[in-house]
Design a protein around this ligand. Sequence first.
Ligand code: G3P
Length: 215
Amino acid sequence: MKLFLDTANVEHVAEVASWAVLDGVTTNPTLVAKEGKDFKETVLKMCELVPCVSAQVTATDAEGMQQQAVEYSKWHKHVVVKVPMTTEGLKALRFCAKKGIRTNTTLVFSLPQAILAAKAGATIISPFVGRIDDIGENGMVLIGQIMEAWAHYKFTTEVLVASVRHPDHVIEAARLGAHIATIPYEVFKKLPLHPLTDTGIKRFLDDWEKVKHGS
Ligand code: G3P
C-alpha cells in the first residue's frame, strides 16, 4: 500500500518523507491557495522529496487541460497531472495516456465514474471518501465497490483513497486493498502513535535502570 500526503506544505512533506514511508503527495487548488506560495515552485520542491506529486489542471475544456498537462509534465518527471472527472477530463486522460503522461482523476464519487476514468487510461483515480461521509453516506462503501469491480477486470489504474479525515479511513482503505491513501498531515501524524507503545517504552527504560550494565 502506498501512502501519500495530501498537502501543499513543503515542510510537512519534508518531515513525513524523513520517516521513510512517504510515496507521494497530492495537491489541489484549495491546498495550494491555503499555503499562499507559487504553485510551480511548490511542486518542484516536492518533486525533489517524493517520486509522485499530483498537480491539478484548472482548465475545464479538454484542449486546455491537455495544454496544462503537457506543461506540468515537463516541469519534472515526478509530476502526475490531476484531471477532474468530467467528459472533457476523460478526453484529456486519453490524450495523456497516449503521450505517456501520468494522470490522477480527481473528484470521483461513483463506480461508473471510476470505470470510465480507468477505461480512458487514468494512472490513478481518486474517490473522495470524506466528502461522501459529509453528505450522510459512507465513502468507504464506494471504495469497496471499486475494489470489488477491479478484482473482476484487468484495470491497471490505481485506486487512491482521497478526502481522508481520520485514521479509520486509512485502516479501511488497507483492509479493502486500495492501492494508495492520501492523508492530511494532521491525520498522518497520528498513524505512528499508540499509547501502549509509549507506556511500553517507558516500562522497558525504567526496568533497564534496574539492570547492571556497563553504560
Ligand atoms: O485529495 C483530495 C482532498 O484534498 C480533498 O479533501 O478534505 O477537502 O474533502 P477534503
